[in-house]
Design a protein around this ligand. Structure first.
Ligand SMILES: [Zn+2]
Ligand SMILES: [Zn+2]
Length: 196
């Protein structure tokens, strides 16, 4: 397939090719271009993502941002918004998806047909072709067609500190103290506290 090599890496990691992944890919390209025109490979970038959709997998692959390293921060705000900054927070860019995913209506109709079990082989082929075309369109069109990019101020996340663990009084499992359920009477984990 005639897609950029680094996008193909994202597809391998993500498990399938989809427009959502393409949005994440393009958001990274748009943001990094603005953040640092000549990115050095060893400079660590922190990403704050405001959704947990397919797009985030592209952020992980392209920027090496992971929960484990603490440079991937999830804000559950349901927005296609990504903020990228260098570790010391000198420069930050906020990238928000303001465009429209191409072919939305067509995909919606095909999806309905497929879900209802009435789709023909041609419909399935059309669905795959459309997904591919839309994906390619998102990653090849100018970023400014889809994203608004602006520099913002951020406070860099605190460096990881030593975590104190305590035993939950109900299940006995060790739990990071600052993640205990907000109860005064007992020190219990959020699972035992019945949080969803
Ligand atoms: Zn996906
Ligand atoms: Zn517990």
């Amino acid at each position: 397939m005639d897609l950029p090599h680094d996008f193909q890496e994202c597809v391998r990691f993500h498990g399938h090719l989809c427009p959502g992944l393409a949005i994440g890919y393009a958001a990274v390209k748009a943001g990094i271009e603005r953040l640092n025109p000549r990115p050095s490979p060893d400079e660590e970038v922190v990403a704050v993502v405001e959704n947990d959709s397919c797009a985030v997998d592209a952020v992980q692959v392209l920027l090496g941002c992971t929960f484990g390293k603490g440079n991937l921060v999830f804000r559950d705000w349901g927005k296609q918004v990504f903020t990228f900054f260098d570790r010391d927070g000198r420069r930050a860019v906020r990238v928000s998806f303001v465009g429209e995913v191409p072919g939305r209506e067509q995909r919606h109709l095909l999806r309905q047909k497929i879900d209802s079990g009435l789709a023909t082989d041609e419909d399935h082929e059309a669905w795959e072709r459309l997904r591919f075309d839309v994906t390619r369109e998102i990653i090849t069109r100018p970023w400014s067609d889809f994203f608004e990019v602006r520099e913002v101020h951020v406070d860099p996340p605190p460096k990881a500190s030593v975590v104190q663990t305590v035993a939950c009084e109900i299940c006995g499992e060790a739990v990071a103290e600052h993640r205990l359920a907000p109860r005064k009477d007992k020190r219990v984990c959020r699972d035992c506290a019945g949080e969803r």
